[in-house]
Design a binder for this molecule. Structure first.
Ligand code: PLP
Length: 381
């Protein structure tokens, strides 16, 4: 019998039927009055959910394009920028900033730990940084940065724009722009928002928009806020073709989020993460992220002795769950399990049972049910 393979990597995450239906609709002209209204609603909802008086941008692209958009609109060549790196995606922001001719300083943490708000405060005292980038959840390590505390610190520095990479956090961790001091939030559609890959989403608060204005003409074209603001305010205008079906899909996930309630959604992710992480530990895995900074969106589980990564993930896929491998120094030593977005208990129980069957087939456990029992106990708390 062919077994259904659940996509449990840290993005793309499983896309629910009602969202798939939006992607399967017959595409209409981007000037279609119904679509224009739908697009307007998406932009309005994003600003309301993530609480900003600024602007929301939804364009075709991925999280990496959103990273470019974030930095391109608030800095010019030669500016000092501080990159906070808790892993692979923080390092990506460093490279991206360096290629733009920015003068980059980096504060990095050992993998599994996070740079603290205090360290950032001390660094910001040293010179004027025009922007600071922080990865909210680094998908390579499963570490969550203390964004609320960092926001409080950066608020003190008038000239510094806080850019938060929310690609692996948005819609699972609180990110309220104006009250938390986040000036630019960059994200993608395929993780905790639960849509298929293909959208770069950026929210910019008032301070970031002022900065953009002060820069005059920038060399970037496609990601220029000034090109997109007229479109986001009135989608009947044209700048570049909007990804019609993905915008419908985003509209549907925003409807799901509002129906669930954002705070409930954040709490659900916290509870699920606690349950999954306890179950993985019960089965003998070690989690890379230190306990107090563990992400709610994914778990990065280091193998016990004697497990071959390729074999583990192959057998696990045969048992019905696809997970991702480790990155950097953890390639071959760890797997990464996503548990975010619009997933329910069925996905979690099925995945944990597939992990148990995999360990059983590899001769690493004879106690089937141990992980599932722990998972369910925590889910029922
Ligand atoms: C934290 C983080 N930032 C940025 C990215 C890049 O996003 P994309 O792959 O959509 O370009 C990822 C992708 O996994 C990510 O996890």
């Amino acid at each position: 019998m062919k077994i259904k393979k659940l996509c449990m990597i840290p993005g793309p995450t499983p896309v629910t039927r009602s969202i798939q239906d939006q992607m399967g609709r017959e595409t209409v002209a981007f000037g279609d009055p119904g679509f224009i209204n739908d697009f307007k609603e998406v932009v309005k909802d994003l600003k309301e959910i993530f609480k900003t008086e600024g602007e929301a941008f939804v364009i075709a692209g991925t999280g990496t394009l959103a990273m470019e958009m974030g930095i391109a609109n608030v800095t010019k060549e030669g500016d000092n920028v501080l990159v906070v790196s808790n892993g692979f995606f923080g390092d990506r922001y460093k490279e991206l900033c360096e290629r733009r001719g920015l003068n980059v300083d980096v504060l990095s943490a050992e993998w599994g730990k996070t740079v603290t708000a205090e360290e950032i405060d001390n660094k910001l005292k040293e010179k004027v940084y025009k922007a600071i980038t922080v990865t909210h959840v680094d998908t390579s390590t499963g570490v969550c940065a203390p964004i609320a505390e960092i926001g409080e610190v950066v608020k003190k520095y008038e000239d510094t724009i806080l850019i938060v990479d929310g690609v692996c956090a948005t819609a699972a961790e609180p990110e309220y722009l104006d009250e938390m001091g986040i000036d630019v939030l960059i994200t993608g559609s395929q993780k905790a928002l639960g849509v298929a890959p293909g959208l770069a989403i950026v929210l910019a608060g008032p301070k970031a928009l002022e900065r953009r204005k002060s820069l005059g003409t920038i060399r970037d074209y496609y990601v220029d806020f000034e090109k997109w603001i007229p479109i986001m305010n009135d989608p009947s205008k044209y700048f570049a073709t909007p990804p019609v079906n993905l915008i419908w899909a985003l509209k549907e996930t925003l409807r799901i989020i509002k129906e669930e309630g954002v705070e409930n959604r954040y709490e659900r992710h916290r509870q699920v993460a606690k349950a999954v992480q306890a179950a993985l530990e019960e089965l003998g895995f070690t989690l890379l992220a230190e306990k107090e900074h563990r992400a709610v969106t994914l778990s990065n589980a280091i193998y016990m002795d004697g497990i071959n990564d390729a074999e583990f993930r192959k057998v696990l896929a045969e048992e019905g769950a696809v997970v991702a491998g480790g990155l950097g120094a953890y390639a071959g030593k760890m797997f990464r399990l996503g548990h975010m977005g619009n997933i329910d208990y069925h996905f979690l129980v099925s995945t944990m049972s597939a992990i148990e069957r995999t360990l059983y087939r590899l001769g690493k456990t004879d106690a089937l049910g141990k992980g599932v029992a722990t998972l369910q106990k925590f889910l029922m708390e």
